[in-house]
Design a protein around this ligand. Structure first.
Ligand code: ADP
Length: 762
């Protein structure tokens, strides 16, 4: 709607400007003719001719000659000078009279410099005009005609997005140099504005085009590459192989970007560089992973139960809990449920039932050992900047399984320890946390991987050293160890047939009777689980294989008395209790990581000055229990107080127990001391367990089933247990309970009374 002043020519839309006739006196009310001389003056507002007032115009105008009257509504004017509009008179018939004078420029422009700048500007306009979505290159035709920047400005003026004031302000500048600068800037700014507008409009369209184009190019490349590969199959390069593997892996977008990046590095580095090995390993690893999301299958509960029964004997409670978990997974259509933590002695089937679960679920199984892991990087991987960087054990396990939803057994979570290299437990927490593990990022991979479909099962020998935050997230299922009867069943149904198959012995070649198996269990193993039993049977079968092959016996029958030779070892001497007791020695029960144990707490007084010595592995922990026991015995036997003053007291707790057993030996120590001071022996066939308070209350303890099994194994007949532990008897196998007389007690006096160490109150 306006015009910018010009050096030579100007294009003016009709009506947007006041055009005076050649005498500079009248406003034209008509379309002017070509060749007419004119004065262009700019009105400050958009007004009709009738509305003009003397002060409606800017004080500077331009003179020129009309060179073209364009039918589409434009005049082309060749301008000559800037003029001052000194006075404006408006008559009644709306004609206007002007008094004008030429306005001089200052600072003439250097022609050569302008020519240079003009050239640059033309190039810019040309490339801009080529990008215009419609009318591609229209402007290019004019470019040759323009001989000054002013002309260009004039030509573009109608399309310029500047306000009339802005345009006028250029006209009003007297310095020709400065005017040129301003014009130039205005033109470039306008070009940019157009470009941005165009881009915004066509961005979406272009985006599509880009995508189409890209995929077309890719297809083309793929097609040609395939053709090349087929021509020279032996030459399909490593790089090309990775390209194919990346393409086919189905990895997520972030992973794909990273893999592409590494692949490009590999291309640049070349196969022989130092780094190429690292890059190669990385690509090999990430493309080897399964990125596919597996569908949650519905599992037939009966079938699952059958599989579990086939792979493992007994473990009813455990199997029940597993089936519950499967049912929940079925209902929720999930691949994983709560994280189970299997706790128990070695060889009780924790790891192997994980395998059974995988089989029941029809999924891959992978075992990751965490024993001795001290470094966070063991879980989460090393950053690739390290030399020898590797993925962490979790992702390594996933890679080994080849699927994204394996059953992953994390073995020995109780053997994790923190070090200066970070806390592996906290990294593991991230692995197990369903809120976070769908974007688990191994440092080596550097891209997230979805672990949410993995069914995690953890195992531990003891809960004591499982980090508390981990424990919070898991559901504990305890494996209590097997009774001799259960071991026999496991040996007959599972271990022996497996051991025979492993060495290629057929069932008709070898006969191992029940009595032989029982003897192995009783005299050649000493464990809660069946790991050693398995080893013994393996040894037995290997030796038998030699016999059979030598042809000494086609149908070998093993007898009890030959076991020493077949197993090539002496029978283990069991801590079987005797019948005769000694004053001051009492049978205690301990819980250890390999199951329950019996232990004898020994006390002795020697002439001295009242010193107290505690020896044995548990020194400090036992000291507290022993101090309580001593005080309690002193108060129960006030008449014996002198004994403690004139003698030194020595308490010894043999090895085998764990620190946690300190408190649970309280009642045993009290009884041992009572026996010592009274001189009355307690038969070793009586055992006991329980914490003791200064008041003489017997408090509950942990691991009762294991302790009772150990007691029965050792030939104990009677056991005192804290009354509050009676509930736990439910978990004790029937055949153990049958052989033991269990006596629940609440007070120390109950035990001492029953053993005739104190007089029982009537
Ligand atoms: P853990 O992980 O508790 O140390 P494993 O799972 O490694 O024990 O078991 C040791 C061996 O004993 C394995 O060969 C396993 O098959 C066998 N085993 C353990 N419990 C049973 C069971 N209830 N039935 C059959 N085999 C068993």
């Amino acid at each position: 709607m306006a015009v910018v002043p010009i050096y030579n020519r100007i294009i003016v839309p009709f009506g947007s400007i006041v055009i005076m006739n050649e005498h500079y006196t009248k406003v034209t009310g008509r379309i002017p003719n070509e060749g007419e001389k004119t004065v262009l003056i700019l009105s400050r507002e958009n007004l009709l001719r009738e509305e003009f007032r003397e002060d409606s115009f800017y004080p500077i105008g331009v003179t020129g000659v009309i060179t073209e009257v364009n039918k589409s509504g434009y005049l082309v004017v060749r301008t000559s000078n800037r003029v001052n509009i000194n006075e404006v008179t408006i008559y009644r018939d709306h004609t206007i009279d002007l008094d004008i004078s030429k306005r001089k420029d200052t600072d003439p422009v250097d022609r050569e410099e302008e020519a240079l700048r003009l050239k640059k500007m033309k190039a810019a306009i040309n490339s801009f005009s080529m990008q215009m979505p419609n009318g591609k290159g229209v402007m290019s035709a004019f470019l040759a005609q323009w001989t000054s920047i002013g002309e260009i400005a004039a030509a573009m003026s109608p399309w310029m997005m500047n306000t009339p004031e802005e345009k006028y302000s250029v006209l009003a500048v007297d310095s020709a140099k400065e005017r040129l600068d301003l014009l130039e800037r205005m033109i470039y700014e306008n070009i940019e504005t157009y470009r941005i507008n165009n881009e915004a409009e066509s961005a979406q369209k272009e985006e599509y085009q880009k995508v189409y184009r890209e995929s077309a190019i890719r297809k083309q490349i793929e097609y040609l590459q395939k053709e090349l590969d087929e021509m020279h199959p032996e030459e399909v390069s490593e790089i090309r192989k990775f390209e194919i593997r990346i393409e086919e892996s189905g990895m997520n977008e972030t992973a794909r970007k990273e893999a592409d990046k590494v692949l490009n590095r590999l291309k640049q580095e070349g196969a022989n560089s130092v780094e190429s090995g690292i890059l190669y390993d990385y690509l090999d690893f990430v493309t080897g992973l399964s990125w596919k999301k597996e569908k949650a299958e519905t599992i037939d509960l009966d079938e699952a139960e059958q599989v579990l029964n086939e792979t493992h004997y007994g473990l009813d409670k455990v199997k029940k809990r597993i089936l519950e978990q499967i049912a929940v997974m079925n209902l929720k259509r999930m691949q994983a449920g709560s994280i189970l933590l299997f706790v128990g002695a070695p060889g009780t089937g924790k790891t192997s039932i994980g395998q059974g679960i995988a089989q029941a679920l029809n999924r891959k199984y992978v075992r990751v050992s965490l024993g001795g892991v001290r470094d966070e990087a063991d879980i989460r991987g090393h950053r690739r900047t390290y030399i020898g960087a590797m993925p962490g054990r979790i992702m390594d396990g996933i890679a080994k399984s080849g699927v994204s939803n394996p059953v992953m057994v994390l073995d020995e979570v109780d053997k994790l320890s923190a070090s200066y290299n970070g806390d592996p437990a906290s990294a593991l927490l991230e692995v197990l946390d369903p809120e976070q593990n769908n974007t688990f990022t191994d440092h080596y991979m550097n891209v997230p991987y979805d672990l949410s479909s993995v069914l995690f099962i953890c195992t531990a020998n003891s809960l004591d050293t499982v980090p508390a935050p981990l424990l919070d997230r898991m559901e504990v299922i305890s494996f209590q160890g097997y009774t001799p009867y259960e071991k026999l069943q496991i040996a007959e149904k599972h271990l022996l047939p497996k051991a025979m198959r492993a060495v290629g012995i057929r069932s008709e070649n070898l006969e191992v009777g029940e009595d032989v198996l029982n003897k192995i269990i009783a005299d050649y193993t000493r464990e809660a689980g069946v790991r050693t039993l398995k080893k013994r049977l393996d040894t037995l079968c290997r030796t038998a294989a030699v016999e059979i092959v030598r042809g000494n016996d086609k149908q070998l029958v093993i007898h009890e008395n030959e076991l020493r030779d077949y197993l090539d070892m002496r029978p283990i001497s069991h801590g079987k209790v005797g019948k005769e007791g000694k004053p001051g020695v009492v049978t205690g029960l301990a819980w250890t990581q390999v199951g329950g144990e019996i232990l004898f707490i020994e006390t002795l007084m020697t002439k001295g000055t009242g010193k107290i010595i505690v020896t044995g592995q548990l020194g400090d922990v036992m000291k507290e229990s022993s101090t309580i026991a001593i005080s309690l015995v002193k108060s129960l036997y006030p008449e014996k107080a002198e004994l403690f003053e004139k003698n030194d007291l020595h308490i010894h707790v043999p090895d085998g127990a764990t620190p946690k057993d300190g408190p649970s030996a309280g009642i045993t120590m009290t009884t041992a001391l009572a026996s010592l001071v009274t001189g009355i022996p307690v038969t070793p066939e009586t055992a006991m367990t329980g914490e003791i308070s200064l008041q003489g209350d017997v408090r509950p303890i942990g691991g009762l089933p294991e302790k009772l099994m150990a007691a029965q194994r050792a030939g104990v007949r009677r056991v005192f247990i804290p009354a509050e532990n009676e509930e736990d008897l439910r978990d004790v196998p029937g055949e153990v309970l049958e052989e033991l007389q269990i006596v629940p007690v609440r007070r120390a006096e109950d035990v001492l009374g029953a053993l005739s160490l104190v007089e029982t109150k009537e």
